[in-house]
Design a protein around this ligand. Sequence first.
Ligand SMILES: Nc1ncnc2c1ncn2[C@@H]1O[C@H](COP(=O)(O)OP(=O)(O)OP(=O)(O)O)[C@@H](O)[C@H]1O
Length: 307
Amino acid sequence: MNYIARTIGVTKTYAGTEVVSNVNMNIKQGEIYGFLGPNGAGKTTIMKMLTNLVKPTVGEIEMFGEKLTPNSYEVLKRIGSIIEYPFFYDKLSARDNLELHCEYMGFHNKKVIDQMMESVGLKNTDNKPVRDFSLGMRQRLGIARALITTPEFLILDEPINGLDPVGIKEMRDLFKRLSAEYRITLLISSHILGEIEQIADTVGVIRGGRLIEEVSMESIRGTQSEYIELQVINARKAIYVIEHQLTLNNYKLVDEHTVRIYDPGVAPSELTGQLVQHGIEIESIFKRSHSLEEYFLNIVKGDGDVA
Ligand SMILES: Nc1ncnc2c1ncn2[C@@H]1O[C@H](COP(=O)(O)OP(=O)(O)OP(=O)(O)O)[C@@H](O)[C@H]1O
């Protein structure tokens, strides 16, 4: 497996408080890795460690297969990032900001500036100073700037924060395009499950500094089963009928009154018909499927929502 970035047992302590605890993240080449967790969970701190802005207290970071050290300048040139609020020269236009950045980075291909402005939808901003930009425009300018040195790996900290639905959709499309057309690996943090769910190939869930899950969306979708949930007065009696009359075996006794039937192709009407015929009193019956939200809430169950 080709990994762009890995954190190996990474812990960060500030003044005796562990804000990141023994995190093992594995970001594969070419994927969109969604980094999901509530505010204060440690996402920004990990992103800062990945870009060498902050040093882990314990553990190691591997970037493009190499151990990250304070001297990893070449490796860092292959990464673009927006972490926390990007700084711009407010009186200058988007193009002037990008030109300055190119000069600063010693990157002299001005054609790329046009390409990037077009890619992020800022081509027609002319001489408009950045101070008159909407939040969405600033975000897009930040992304253009991060892309200008043609990074292989893009790290974006809460890129859709504060955007309106149209802006969010545009960003989502942009991320997908960067991934599909430019083959850039993306690490995107968010506290909104619905957003991560729509774009990520892999989801890492962080809470209280701990990575509590790292899972591919494909595997979660594969486990999304439909079932019929049956509420009855006596679940054991119902199971007898389910097994012997309907010859179904794929069920689960949830509690004294609840049974879930996973066999595909069972019609609720057939089920109720048989149960009633055999004197089983039904309180309710419905068909449902596990949602992704349920999946993630189950992971973090107990103390509040993940998103
Ligand atoms: N320089 C620092 N000194 C002390 N504590 C810090 C420092 N930076 C971050 N923290 C603490 O570490 C914890 C994790 O913060 P972090 O910014 O990484 O979380 P986050 O998941 O990115 O959340 P947010 O979306 O709010 O930025 C927080 O409790 C924060 O107060």
